[in-house]
Write a protein that binds this ligand. Structure first.
Ligand SMILES: Cc1cc2nc3c(=O)[nH]c(=O)nc-3n(C[C@H](O)[C@H](O)[C@H](O)COP(=O)(O)OP(=O)(O)OC[C@H]3O[C@@H](n4cnc5c(N)ncnc54)[C@H](O)[C@@H]3O)c2cc1C
Length: 409
């Protein structure tokens, strides 16, 4: 078993790291570089995006033929972690949610015409996108089978009625990936569609106020009231909506984890720098055993998270769905991020609670990690189900879910 990183991937990782250190982290200290939703200001982001693209560090998750970096999941894991050592990183490299997950799923399921129309502009950074699935009560949330937004076929088009919320990026997105109900069938009753911001028949009811800093475009509540979608903008077959959602959410969960590891590492870096210089009772804080125990435990959890992420990434690269591995990584890394940033705030004393460091930003942002793309409770249930379905497969070193098909993929 080889835990070393491929030299080519490591080369990209080093370049991402240098860019983050030299170009992005210095920007974070100046409040003037933030927008009113506590994210990087659009014009500052534009400049940084041009610089990242000029250095060939753009959309690393998409194929080189499309203008991206063509990295496998294992390579993404190494690079995304470096990216999100800055809170401005993922957006700069065009690897932020939800565009990141939307690009990956469109690459997988889109026809060539759909990729040209819906995917390429996101890869190019010309538009942003959103993933439209979650609904308020009594619609679908943790249980997507409860999705009640309907798409009704009328001739060559679909007419959509419904209500969605927590749609990240909705106020800034142009391309929307929608999951709607097209029949009463529990498993094959949903279908996935693309629609454009300018299509009539839907509106942004509000931008939901949240506790954390916001992605560009915030988290929107949408009303769909007669939105018309041509059949050519349907993804995969009628009834394949939950399949599309699974194909999207699996890798997108993992890229969340990759980024969160970066935020966790940055938190520990800030804590390490402060405890390394700050004196108390004639000793540096870092020399105190109680401080070492806190730092050691937080760092341990981050490293466990990285192993889980790399394991899931290698399974995805081998063609598996890796549902169990993705759930384990998601639960653990969400908690590891909390532990790291909470520890860092504690060890920075009053400074940790201030806005003089990005720790309070990361702390508020981190809270969503246990909720988005499946609450931790739901993922723990998935893990338990895999264990009870087949304890042997659960602990099998070479288990692939589903089994690898001849010819790979
Ligand atoms: C910041 C943020 C961004 C988001 N972005 C998007 C987006 O871009 N697109 C999108 O479609 N959605 C998005 N969501 C929605 C997110 O995916 C859902 O909030 C999440 O899946 C949980 O669904 P819910 O909110 O309906 O919770 P509910 O289903 O109402 O569940 C509430 C709580 O009950 C518990 N629970 C639920 N089911 C079970 C169970 N079976 N067993 C045990 N406990 C259970 C969990 O603790 C859960 O947190 C976002 C949410 C947040 C907070």
């Amino acid at each position: 078993m080889d835990f070393t990183l491929d030299p080519t991937i490591d080369g990209v990782r080093r370049r991402v790291r240098a860019f983050v250190d030299e170009r992005l982290i210095p920007l974070e200290a100046d409040r003037a570089n933030y927008d009113e939703h506590e994210n990087v200001r659009e014009d500052v982001l534009g400049t940084m995006r041009s610089a990242a693209r000029a250095e060939g560090l753009w959309a690393l998750q998409t194929p080189t033929s499309r203008g991206g970096g063509g990295l496998p999941f294992v390579g993404m894991a190494a690079c995304y972690e470096e990216m999100n050592r800055s809170i401005f990183g993922p957006a700069t490299f065009n690897s932020a949610a939800p565009d990141d997950g939307n690009m990956m799923v469109l690459e997988r399921v889109g026809t060539e015409a759909q990729k040209t129309r819906w995917l390429q502009p996101i890869v190019d950074g010309r538009v942003r996108s959103a993933f439209v699935m979650t609904e308020p009560h009594p619609g679908g949330g943790s249980d997507p089978a409860m999705i009640s937004t309907t798409a009704e076929r009328r001739g060559g088009k679909w007419v959509v009625h419904g209500h969605k919320w927590f749609i990240t990026g909705a106020a800034a997105a142009a391309h929307f990936l929608l999951i709607a109900r097209t029949s009463g069938d529990a498993r094959k009753g949903h279908t996935a569609f693309m629609f454009h911001r300018d299509a009539p028949g839907w509106r942004l009811l509000r931008r939901i106020p949240v506790m954390g800093p916001e992605e560009h475009g915030g988290h929107g509540e949408l009303v769909l009231e007669g939105l018309e979608i041509p059949d050519e903008d349907r993804l995969l077959g009628v009834g394949d909506g939950l399949k599309v959602a699974q194909i999207r959410l699996g890798p997108a969960r993992l890229t969340h984890c990759m980024r969160w590891l970066g935020l966790a590492r940055r938190s520990l870096e800030i804590a390490g720098a402060y405890t390394g210089m700050r004196m108390s009772g004639g000793k540096r804080l870092a020399e105190r055993e109680s401080v070492q125990l806190l730092m050691g435990e937080a760092a341990l959890q981050v490293r466990i998270g990285r192993l889980l992420v790399m394991h899931a990434a290698s399974k995805l690269d081998a063609g598996a769905m890796a549902r169990n591995e993705l759930s384990m990584a998601k639960v653990h890394v969400a908690d590891a991020l909390h532990r790291a940033v909470d520890t860092a705030i504690q060890l920075n004393g009053g400074r940790g609670y201030s806005k003089d460091t990005p720790l309070e930003w990361i702390y508020r942002y981190a809270r969503q990690a246990r909720l988005v793309d499946g609450a931790s409770e739901v993922h723990r249930m998935v893990i338990a189900r895999h264990l009870s379905d087949s304890p042997e497969a659960f602990f099998d070193w070479n288990h692939l879910d589903p089994p690898k098909r001849p010819g790979g993929g």
